[in-house]
Design a protein around this ligand. Sequence first.
Ligand SMILES: *Cc1c(COP(=O)(O)O)cnc(C)c1O
Length: 217
Amino acid sequence: MNRSITNALLDLKKSIPSKVTLVAVSKTKSNEMILEAMHAGQIIFGENKVQELVSKYEALPKSIEWHMIGHLQTNKVRFVVPFVSLIHSVDSLKLLKEINKEASKIKRVISCLLEIKIAQEEEKHGMSVEDAKSLLDSEAFFQLKHVRVVGLMGIASFTEDESIVRSEFKKLSLAYTELKSKHRLEILSMGMSGDYKIAIEEGSTMVRVGSTIFGSR
Ligand SMILES: *Cc1c(COP(=O)(O)O)cnc(C)c1O
């Protein structure tokens, strides 16, 4: 048994309010390490690559709740829809339609978050707040009966400058509060190992933490 994963997880939980959900990001980490975290009480795990997510789902206990947190291509949607419990990274109506199509075939309703681009960095995925608003108000979205948009997700800039990170989280939090007045949203997924404390201060309800639990990659 790897005591350090257990200790890291328990320490982390002490610094996260109980109303904030912890997603343990297990990408690149072994099944043994995931089992260790499970034994320490963790149920929700996040992965960012479809193939890795599917093979871990197949190998590990079915009591795990798997979250897809990475960019998802439409041609890979069908592999995750049968078992995933939340998709954090929906960045277009096209992707949402594909998830809906695959979910309808197996009579599931998939919970999704809209990923909002809050960082300045070019390589980051996500839609604008304006696009998220018009998506949620659209007739095309209203027609989709096998997806539920339950919140927003964002990734802050990778920088030492806390004021930039905080202002990006503030922007997302503001959009969340605004959209919540009209739509039934309950999850604001923001915060990773380096910035989850700031994210929680700015209203995050779900943090995605990897290296603090499992060590650096
Ligand atoms: C890898 C990853 C995380 C976790 O990153 P850490 O810095 O290891 O905590 C969170 N969210 C997404 C989308 C990721 O890809």
